[in-house]
Write a protein that binds this ligand. Sequence first.
Ligand code: ZN
Length: 147
Amino acid sequence: MSSLDELYREVILEHYKSPHNHGRLDVPDVATKGKNPLCGDEIEISLRFDGDSVDEIRFSGRGCSISQASASMLTDAVKGKSIHDAEALVSQFKAMMRGEPVSTEDWGDLESLSGVRRYPARVKCALLAWTTLEEGLQIRQHNSAGS
Ligand code: ZN
């Protein structure tokens, strides 16, 4: 295992052991749940918005270290972003996991998940939080379009 793999693994384990923004918001604007039956991973994301920005985000769930670490990193990356930027990050992250070239500058800890691409069975674990967030953002857009 290369030293970069080793470093990535440490970052992932750290988020798994001490997840950031963990729990549930008391009064979320939107809450969504996702499951990855292949691995038994579950993620719930609750969101509160301030205008068009993600004001607060929390996640809870259970499953493998990759699924939970990915959710923890996601909350850090998305908190405070506009909905538009959050959606852009979701599609970039998905593209990265498909092996497409994306700029991971300013990604911080998120970059550690790029190593997961080499283990196709685990890609769904890394993506679970992102597809769950994407659904939450779509619900929000749908709701605000009606008001
Ligand atoms: Zn998993």
